[in-house]
Design a protein. Structure first.
Length: 223
Protein backbone atom coordinates (compact mmCIF):
# COMPACT_ATOMS: atom_id res chain seq x y z
CA UNK A 1 0.00 0.00 0.00
CA UNK A 2 2.77 2.42 0.95
CA UNK A 3 5.64 3.76 -1.13
CA UNK A 4 8.79 5.02 0.54
CA UNK A 5 10.42 8.30 -0.49
CA UNK A 6 14.21 8.24 -0.22
CA UNK A 7 15.63 10.32 2.61
CA UNK A 8 12.71 9.98 5.03
CA UNK A 9 13.07 6.35 6.10
CA UNK A 10 15.68 7.16 8.76
CA UNK A 11 13.51 9.94 10.20
CA UNK A 12 10.52 7.63 10.28
CA UNK A 13 12.42 4.88 12.09
CA UNK A 14 13.66 7.42 14.61
CA UNK A 15 10.07 8.62 15.14
CA UNK A 16 8.97 5.07 15.94
CA UNK A 17 11.89 4.35 18.27
CA UNK A 18 12.10 7.69 20.08
CA UNK A 19 8.50 8.94 20.16
CA UNK A 20 6.48 5.73 20.22
CA UNK A 21 8.43 2.82 21.71
CA UNK A 22 10.03 4.96 24.42
CA UNK A 23 6.63 6.35 25.40
CA UNK A 24 5.04 2.94 25.79
CA UNK A 25 3.47 1.98 22.46
CA UNK A 26 3.79 -1.81 22.47
CA UNK A 27 1.58 -3.20 19.70
CA UNK A 28 3.92 -4.53 17.01
CA UNK A 29 1.33 -4.11 14.25
CA UNK A 30 0.74 -0.47 15.19
CA UNK A 31 4.48 0.20 15.33
CA UNK A 32 4.86 -1.46 11.94
CA UNK A 33 2.12 0.69 10.41
CA UNK A 34 3.58 3.88 11.86
CA UNK A 35 6.95 2.87 10.49
CA UNK A 36 5.54 2.22 7.03
CA UNK A 37 3.12 5.08 6.32
CA UNK A 38 5.00 8.12 4.93
CA UNK A 39 3.73 10.96 7.14
CA UNK A 40 5.59 13.53 5.03
CA UNK A 41 3.25 12.81 2.13
CA UNK A 42 0.27 14.05 4.18
CA UNK A 43 1.62 17.54 4.82
CA UNK A 44 2.46 20.38 2.44
CA UNK A 45 5.81 19.86 0.74
CA UNK A 46 7.13 22.97 2.50
CA UNK A 47 6.56 21.19 5.84
CA UNK A 48 7.89 17.77 4.82
CA UNK A 49 11.17 18.16 6.70
CA UNK A 50 9.18 18.57 9.94
CA UNK A 51 6.81 15.65 9.32
CA UNK A 52 8.44 13.27 11.79
CA UNK A 53 8.74 15.72 14.67
CA UNK A 54 6.86 15.08 17.91
CA UNK A 55 4.06 17.58 17.28
CA UNK A 56 0.97 18.26 15.19
CA UNK A 57 1.39 20.29 12.00
CA UNK A 58 -0.99 22.68 10.28
CA UNK A 59 -2.67 21.37 7.12
CA UNK A 60 -4.83 24.43 6.38
CA UNK A 61 -8.45 25.37 7.12
CA UNK A 62 -7.64 25.60 10.82
CA UNK A 63 -6.89 21.85 10.99
CA UNK A 64 -3.81 19.80 11.83
CA UNK A 65 -2.25 16.43 11.24
CA UNK A 66 -2.12 14.87 14.71
CA UNK A 67 1.04 14.28 16.70
CA UNK A 68 2.49 10.85 15.79
CA UNK A 69 2.20 9.58 19.37
CA UNK A 70 -1.52 10.40 19.52
CA UNK A 71 -2.17 8.62 16.22
CA UNK A 72 -0.30 5.58 17.51
CA UNK A 73 -2.01 5.59 20.91
CA UNK A 74 -5.52 6.03 19.50
CA UNK A 75 -4.83 3.21 17.05
CA UNK A 76 -3.42 0.94 19.74
CA UNK A 77 -6.48 1.53 21.93
CA UNK A 78 -8.81 0.80 18.99
CA UNK A 79 -6.93 -2.47 18.35
CA UNK A 80 -7.81 -2.91 14.65
CA UNK A 81 -7.62 -6.47 13.31
CA UNK A 82 -6.92 -7.55 9.72
CA UNK A 83 -10.59 -8.45 9.11
CA UNK A 84 -12.07 -5.30 10.70
CA UNK A 85 -14.15 -2.56 9.13
CA UNK A 86 -13.06 0.84 10.47
CA UNK A 87 -14.47 4.36 10.46
CA UNK A 88 -12.54 7.57 11.05
CA UNK A 89 -14.31 10.86 11.77
CA UNK A 90 -12.25 13.99 11.22
CA UNK A 91 -9.87 12.56 8.64
CA UNK A 92 -8.03 15.81 7.93
CA UNK A 93 -4.99 14.96 5.83
CA UNK A 94 -5.83 11.24 5.66
CA UNK A 95 -2.83 10.11 7.72
CA UNK A 96 -4.78 8.30 10.45
CA UNK A 97 -6.92 6.65 7.77
CA UNK A 98 -3.76 5.46 6.02
CA UNK A 99 -2.45 3.94 9.24
CA UNK A 100 -5.80 2.19 9.76
CA UNK A 101 -5.69 1.04 6.14
CA UNK A 102 -2.54 -0.99 6.81
CA UNK A 103 -4.20 -2.71 9.79
CA UNK A 104 -7.85 -3.26 8.83
CA UNK A 105 -9.70 -4.71 5.85
CA UNK A 106 -11.83 -1.64 5.07
CA UNK A 107 -11.60 1.98 6.18
CA UNK A 108 -14.21 4.69 5.71
CA UNK A 109 -13.02 8.21 6.53
CA UNK A 110 -15.10 11.38 6.86
CA UNK A 111 -13.70 14.93 6.64
CA UNK A 112 -16.08 17.87 6.97
CA UNK A 113 -13.87 20.29 4.96
CA UNK A 114 -14.25 19.35 1.26
CA UNK A 115 -10.82 20.65 0.21
CA UNK A 116 -9.07 18.54 2.83
CA UNK A 117 -11.10 15.48 1.88
CA UNK A 118 -10.13 15.91 -1.76
CA UNK A 119 -6.45 16.21 -0.92
CA UNK A 120 -6.63 13.17 1.36
CA UNK A 121 -8.23 11.15 -1.45
CA UNK A 122 -5.46 12.21 -3.82
CA UNK A 123 -2.61 11.27 -1.48
CA UNK A 124 -4.19 7.97 -0.50
CA UNK A 125 -4.69 7.11 -4.16
CA UNK A 126 -1.06 7.95 -4.92
CA UNK A 127 -0.02 5.57 -2.13
CA UNK A 128 -2.25 2.80 -3.42
CA UNK A 129 -4.56 2.73 -0.39
CA UNK A 130 -7.40 1.07 -2.27
CA UNK A 131 -9.16 -0.08 0.91
CA UNK A 132 -9.66 3.50 2.20
CA UNK A 133 -12.72 5.53 1.12
CA UNK A 134 -12.95 9.25 1.95
CA UNK A 135 -16.02 11.49 1.73
CA UNK A 136 -16.91 14.97 2.97
CA UNK A 137 -19.88 15.62 5.26
CA UNK A 138 -20.68 16.09 8.95
CA UNK A 139 -19.37 12.88 10.49
CA UNK A 140 -20.84 13.31 13.96
CA UNK A 141 -23.65 10.96 12.95
CA UNK A 142 -21.23 8.42 11.53
CA UNK A 143 -21.63 6.79 8.12
CA UNK A 144 -24.62 4.45 8.53
CA UNK A 145 -24.46 3.09 4.98
CA UNK A 146 -21.34 1.09 5.89
CA UNK A 147 -22.11 0.31 9.54
CA UNK A 148 -21.57 -1.56 11.76
CA UNK A 149 -17.90 -0.89 12.44
CA UNK A 150 -15.42 -2.90 14.47
CA UNK A 151 -13.31 0.23 14.99
CA UNK A 152 -14.24 3.91 15.11
CA UNK A 153 -11.61 6.59 15.71
CA UNK A 154 -12.58 10.24 16.05
CA UNK A 155 -9.61 12.49 15.28
CA UNK A 156 -11.06 15.67 16.80
CA UNK A 157 -12.08 16.71 20.29
CA UNK A 158 -15.76 16.61 21.24
CA UNK A 159 -17.60 17.89 24.31
CA UNK A 160 -19.36 14.51 24.63
CA UNK A 161 -19.49 11.12 22.93
CA UNK A 162 -21.82 11.35 19.89
CA UNK A 163 -24.59 8.78 20.49
CA UNK A 164 -25.04 7.94 16.81
CA UNK A 165 -21.40 6.85 16.58
CA UNK A 166 -21.82 4.49 19.51
CA UNK A 167 -24.89 3.04 17.81
CA UNK A 168 -22.78 2.11 14.77
CA UNK A 169 -20.40 -0.14 16.71
CA UNK A 170 -20.49 -3.84 15.93
CA UNK A 171 -20.68 -6.26 18.85
CA UNK A 172 -17.17 -6.24 20.28
CA UNK A 173 -16.42 -2.96 18.51
CA UNK A 174 -14.23 -0.18 19.94
CA UNK A 175 -14.74 3.59 19.68
CA UNK A 176 -11.84 5.92 20.55
CA UNK A 177 -12.59 9.64 20.85
CA UNK A 178 -11.00 12.68 22.56
CA UNK A 179 -13.61 14.06 24.97
CA UNK A 180 -13.45 17.20 27.07
CA UNK A 181 -13.14 20.97 26.84
CA UNK A 182 -11.57 22.92 24.00
CA UNK A 183 -8.44 23.28 26.14
CA UNK A 184 -7.89 19.65 27.13
CA UNK A 185 -9.40 16.27 26.42
CA UNK A 186 -8.90 12.66 27.38
CA UNK A 187 -9.11 9.70 25.04
CA UNK A 188 -12.33 7.86 25.84
CA UNK A 189 -12.72 4.23 24.78
CA UNK A 190 -16.20 2.78 24.36
CA UNK A 191 -16.46 -0.99 23.93
CA UNK A 192 -19.67 -2.66 22.88
CA UNK A 193 -20.38 -5.92 24.67
CA UNK A 194 -23.68 -7.23 23.35
CA UNK A 195 -26.31 -4.70 24.39
CA UNK A 196 -23.98 -3.03 26.88
CA UNK A 197 -21.35 -0.34 26.40
CA UNK A 198 -18.32 -0.01 28.65
CA UNK A 199 -16.45 3.30 28.76
CA UNK A 200 -12.92 3.86 30.02
CA UNK A 201 -10.43 6.72 29.74
CA UNK A 202 -6.77 6.92 28.78
CA UNK A 203 -4.27 9.55 27.63
CA UNK A 204 -4.74 13.28 28.10
CA UNK A 205 -4.59 15.11 24.80
CA UNK A 206 -5.50 18.24 22.85
CA UNK A 207 -7.02 17.71 19.41
CA UNK A 208 -8.58 20.28 17.12
CA UNK A 209 -12.29 20.75 17.74
CA UNK A 210 -14.81 18.40 16.19
CA UNK A 211 -17.04 20.46 13.91
CA UNK A 212 -20.68 19.82 13.12
CA UNK A 213 -23.81 19.16 15.12
CA UNK A 214 -22.17 16.91 17.73
CA UNK A 215 -18.99 18.98 17.94
CA UNK A 216 -17.88 22.44 18.94
CA UNK A 217 -19.67 25.39 17.36
CA UNK A 218 -22.30 23.46 15.48
CA UNK A 219 -21.65 25.01 12.06
CA UNK A 220 -19.89 24.00 8.86
CA UNK A 221 -16.55 25.76 8.30
CA UNK A 222 -15.95 27.98 5.28
CA UNK A 223 -13.92 25.74 2.98
Amino acid sequence: MVVDDAGFDVLRRAMVDEQLVRRGIKDDRVLGAMGAVPRHRFVDSSMAEHAYEDRPLAIGHGQTISQPYMVARATELAAPRPTDRALEVGAGSGYQAAVLGTLAAEVYAIEIVPALAQRARQVLAELGAANVTVDSFDGGGGWPEHAPYDVIIVSAGAPRIPPLLVAELADGGRLVIPVGSTEEQELAIVRREGDHYVTSHDTRCRYVDLLGRFGVGGAMPAA
